[in-house]
Design a binder for this molecule. Structure first.
Ligand code: NDP
Ligand code: MG
Length: 387
């Protein structure tokens, strides 16, 4: 199988490269935003015929470097370049590992080209999940989850019939501020938020894990991928991150998926599905793991999860509003313009002000993009943040 990787220089992208190498899969094309040093090394290693860099000046610099090094590779620039990579006719699968809503057009381009999609880019599923899945159904392509919890649920669901499902149970590590009081959260810094206790990931998702916005995004992601309601999704804190999620059947039996905290495992499962291939990664040694513990989520201190549930219940573009407000709030927190509890406050305010006009408003790409843009503007106005 031939693969195209969008977001190749990030945390998921680089681990996808490792998995492709180990499985002997050919990578035909790559795309990133601006990290051309890393992309240059990947070009030397994988020899893709085509790459795209969305930041045009960086694309130009990369062309010069490749020429100097005598390496032959077509370099495309800008968002159109990234979409061209997504449509790469030589690939049968696209791994979408970009971060944020900028991944929407590329993922639709890949679906329209008939590629199977291994999807890490959860923001797209949250803001435009019904549209993406309807488009995939029409094209006869599968959306294969990469997110560890969703990969776990997907694996657990193979143990029964859908009509027998009672609910799914998503685990959360609780993030670096588990056990904090609201007053203590007021004081936390960006450096502390970036210290995730169990996973090493990109910056945005690490902050999302600290606010529990990540779990909120994952509840909506699960509702879209597995076509379940907010009421059928439970969340439980499991600080060891060994049980990646569970499925509860009607007879009360609960099936869990366990594994090390290594994203290469769910990435590999998406790339080899429905089969499994041997992996050379260290296996889970249960005798060396700490006791597994589970506790309820403190929704008073971390309101993000309830906000996500509210967005999901209201439907329409409310999840897109939730996502857009959060993307700006995280950027503002990372830029030192907003305190940590301000992230949930801003998302809550914009969500409460939004009126859903029609339950199917989230099936229209233009409305999704317009709403995303409008909410970003509104968030920036509230933050008095001028570009
Ligand atoms: P990173 O920030 O590490 O990587 C993001 C990647 O996207 C980089 O390659 C970046 O390029 C690229 N990118 C950003 N904007 C554009 C653009 N406009 N055009 C092309 N490429 C772009 O993020 P992660 O790998 O951590 O996360 C990726 C997605 O996967 C997120 O949605 C996240 O929620 C999800 N996810 C991540 C997990 C993890 O363990 N990291 C676990 C589960 C889900 P550049 O490097 O040049 O900036
Ligand atoms: Mg996850």
């Amino acid at each position: 199988m031939q693969i195209s990787i969008l977001g190749c220089t990030g945390s998921i992208g680089t681990q996808t490269v490792d998995v492709c190498q180990q499985l002997g899969l050919t990578v035909t094309s790559l795309a990133c935003h601006s990290q051309i040093d890393r992309l240059f090394e990947q070009i030397k290693l994988l020899k893709p015929g085509m790459v795209a860099v969305s930041q045009p000046q960086q694309a130009m610099r990369l062309r010069q470097r490749l020429e100097t090094a005598g390496l032959d590779c077509r370099v495309l620039a800008g968002d159109e370049g990234v979409e061209t990579v997504a449509r790469d006719a030589r690939a049968q699968m696209t791994v979408q590992a970009m971060v944020g809503m900028s991944g929407i057009k590329p993922v639709l381009a890949a679906i329209d080209s008939g590629h199977q999609i291994a999807l890490a880019n959860k923001e797209v599923l949250v803001a435009a999940g019904r549209l993406v899945l309807a488009r995939a159904r029409r094209q006869g392509v599968q959306i294969l989850p990469v997110d560890s919890e969703h990969s776990a649920i997907w694996q657990c669901l193979r143990s029964g019939h859908r009509s027998e499902l009672r609910r799914i149970i998503i685990t959360a590590s609780g993030g670096p501020f588990r056990g904090y009081t609201p007053a203590r959260l007021q004081q936390v810094t960006l450096a502390q938020a970036l210290q995730h206790p169990t996973w090493k990931m990109g910056g945005k998702i690490t902050v999302d894990s600290a606010t529990l916005m990540n779990k909120g995004l994952e509840v909506i992601e699960a509702a879209r991928l597995f076509e379940v309601t907010a009421e059928q999704i439970a969340v439980v804190v499991h600080p060891q991150s060994i049980v990646h999620s569970l499925v509860e059947w009607q007879d009360g039996s609960v099936i869990a998926q366990l594994g090390t905290t290594d994203m290469r495992l769910p990435i590999q499962y998406a790339l080899t599905y429905p089969d499994r291939q041997p992996s050379h990664r260290p296996a889970l040694d249960l005798t060396q793991t700490a006791a597994l513990s589970f506790e309820p989520v403190d929704t008073e201190t971390f309101p993000a999860l309830d906000l996500a549930r509210e967005a999901l219940r209201r439907g329409g573009l409310a999840p897109a509003v939730f996502n857009a407000a959060n993307e700006v709030a995280v950027q503002a927190f990372m830029a030192g313009r907003l305190d940590f509890p301000g992230i949930s406050r801003l998302v809550g305010r914009l969500l409460s002000e939004y009126r859903v006009l029609s339950p199917d408003e989230d099936l229209d790409l233009k409305r999704i993009l317009d709403t995303d843009h409008h909410i970003r503007q509104q968030a920036k106005e509230l933050l008095e943040w001028k570009d």
